[in-house]
Write a protein that binds this ligand. Structure first.
Ligand code: NDP
Length: 307
């Protein structure tokens, strides 16, 4: 069975940054790309907030650059999915694509998180053309325009108030008669003048041919419909960390995010590290993911040196 020093699971900014650092430290990392090579950034268009790209960069192109840089230092980047892990003893036994197995002395988990979507057809049709799941990434494009945000938790409150600073009018659609967001966040929402909350409203359709033009919402108590002119539609109903594979083996919080020791990327299992969105529900940015990817590689290097 193949035996390696370091396995990296996931190919977003965290995974590739971990690979760059680990490869340069002679750990000969093997990186499995997973179902969505390049991760969440490949679903966005322009990335304007990643330092080093003064003119912005297409999300997919940026991830190709990350990959090329990792491969330049001989990271073994492979197609394929990790389908099972056994962290009960070292080296860790890992199953690939349900048939192959490898043994890894250490593992960096960078499997990311997936934005939850409403599941209505317009959302997919206009994704990247006005429909987004990240206000910090895409809000800038809607400067001076009207937008709609859907969701009632902290993410929705944060995204709506963030957008209110850029946009002319923000409408927040909350499906219940109250928000789930913390009281402090709700206060911010209600104190923002150009932000209007429509309680008991659900999205019926996102309208427009080539881009979003308006959003039709329905009052779930009265069945009355309202069409709100908007150029952007932001879905902020939560994220799901991609951690099903590690359930019952790693400590996780109630939402399934991997818990790491403060100030490090160490999980509860020695030799297993977590970086990027899989362990971060707060910042969730490419640059913060890359930062923790770097930390994970340094943590893994120190761990392996101590063995
Ligand atoms: P949450 O799960 O807390 O909230 C999701 C919201 O989306 C809920 O209001 C839910 O409604 C609504 N929703 C879910 N599905 C639909 C749907 N199909 N249609 C309409 N609305 C829907 O997710 P968040 O991402 O907001 O937060 C996740 C965690 O991260 C929380 O613990 C939060 O506190 C934390 N967080 C902290 C931040 C901070 O500290 N700065 C910032 C962001 C998040 P309903 O209430 O009806 O179920």
């Amino acid at each position: 069975m193949e035996k390696i020093k370091l396995l990296i699971i996931g190919s977003g900014p965290a995974g590739y940054t971990a690979a760059i650092y680990a490869a340069r430290a002679d750990l000969s990392p093997v990186l499995y790309q997973g179902l969505q090579p390049g991760g969440q950034l490949t679903t966005t268009t322009d990335v304007d907030n990643y330092p080093g790209y003064p003119n912005g960069v297409d999300g997919t192109k940026m991830m190709e650059d990350f990959k090329a840089q990792a491969e330049r230092f001989d990271t073994d980047v492979r197609w394929g999915m990790v389908t099972k892990v056994d962290f009960s003893s070292r080296p860790f036994k890992v199953e690939i694509d349900s048939n192959d197995h490898i043994l890894a002395e250490s593992v960096i988990i960078s499997t990311g998180a997936t934005a939850k979507w409403l599941g209505i057809p317009d959302e997919e049709r206009l994704n990247g053309y006005g429909v987004s799941a990240c206000a910090v990434c895409d809000g800038f494009f809607y400067k001076g325009m009207d937008v709609v945000v859907v969701g009632g938790g902290d993410t929705a409150a944060e995204e709506a108030t963030y957008l209110a600073k850029l946009c002319t009018n923000v409408t927040l659609l909350v499906r219940k008669d109250h928000m789930r967001a913390s009281k402090a966040m709700q206060k911010r929402v209600f104190n923002t003048k150009n932000l209007k909350v429509l309680f008991n409203h659900e999205t019926k359709s996102i309208n427009g041919e080539k881009g979003v033009e308006s959003v039709t919402a329905i009052n779930n108590l009265t069945s009355q419909e309202v069409t709100i002119p908007a150029k952007g539609f932001f879905v902020a109903i939560g994220h799901k960390p991609n951690t099903d594979l590690f359930r019952n083996q790693l400590d996780m919080d109630e939402n399934g995010y991997i818990i790491v020791k403060v100030g490090s990327t160490k999980t509860n299992i020695d030799g297993v590290f977590a970086s990027g969105d899989v362990a971060d529900h707060v910042y969730r940015q490419a640059v913060t993911s890359a930062g923790t990817g770097c930390m994970a590689a340094l943590d893994a290097e120190r761990f392996l040196a101590d063995q």
